[in-house]
Design a protein around this ligand. Sequence first.
Ligand SMILES: C[S@@+](CC[C@H](N)C(=O)[O-])C[C@H]1O[C@@H](n2cnc3c(N)ncnc32)[C@H](O)[C@@H]1O
Length: 240
Amino acid sequence: MRRGAHRAAITPPRVSGVGYGPRVIEPGSLRATSDAYDTVAARYAQQFTDTLRDRPVERALLAAFAELVRAGGNEEVADLGCGPGHITTHLRSLGLRPFGVDASTAMIELAREANPDLRFEVGSMAALDIADGALGGLLSRSSIIHTPPRELPAVIAEFARVLTPGGHLLISCFATDDPSIPTQSFDHLVVTAYRWSPDRLAGLLRDVGVREVARVLCEPKPTDKRQFQELQLLAAKSVL
Ligand SMILES: C[S@@+](CC[C@H](N)C(=O)[O-])C[C@H]1O[C@@H](n2cnc3c(N)ncnc32)[C@H](O)[C@@H]1O
């Protein structure tokens, strides 16, 4: 693992170009997350590469997301917290122009190896090296689960900053048991993780001008290790 590249990319975050938004540095929590995923990256890639195969509802939502993005005319899409890039590849198969960002250097190395023709960068979701309004779409699949609750509003604001007006985002995570509970931590094999209230998440998006389009709550299968509902939240940045 190229430790130097990893450190340089997340503290301080890279700053380049013009028009980029306020830099929010996630402190120790991001380091803990990236270090933990560096350790498990190869196993994670092996275990989850085919994960969409038995997830028809999620595939349908990704297809709807892609259709909405394509209709907006800007097919540039970021897969944030992309892991080994398996979903980034899927986004390309849906006619989008995706690239991936992840805090874990090992994940990014695996993603680049598996998809040499796609762009993957080490980076933080709280301080994206992406210009204001550059993206037609944004996917955050199970990547906000490690964001400490006090830092989630800044991450959501960063998502809104990089989306073009009318652009769409699709966020997935485990939902809290009761939507009136904003967050619940849960036992995660890799590093501390949180479930989010769909209402709380939709509210944070609304606060930064991103309106909910649809939410889907998938029930766990009886065989799933975690008996939590999984939230898929589709939203669009308001056109001013
Ligand atoms: C559970 S994995 C999900 C990976 C992939 N999106 C998937 O669906 O399989 C969470 C990923 O998000 C990344 N991640 C978590 N917090 C992040 C942050 N603040 N900035 C960038 N990446 C982050 C982790 O390094 C990890 O690769």
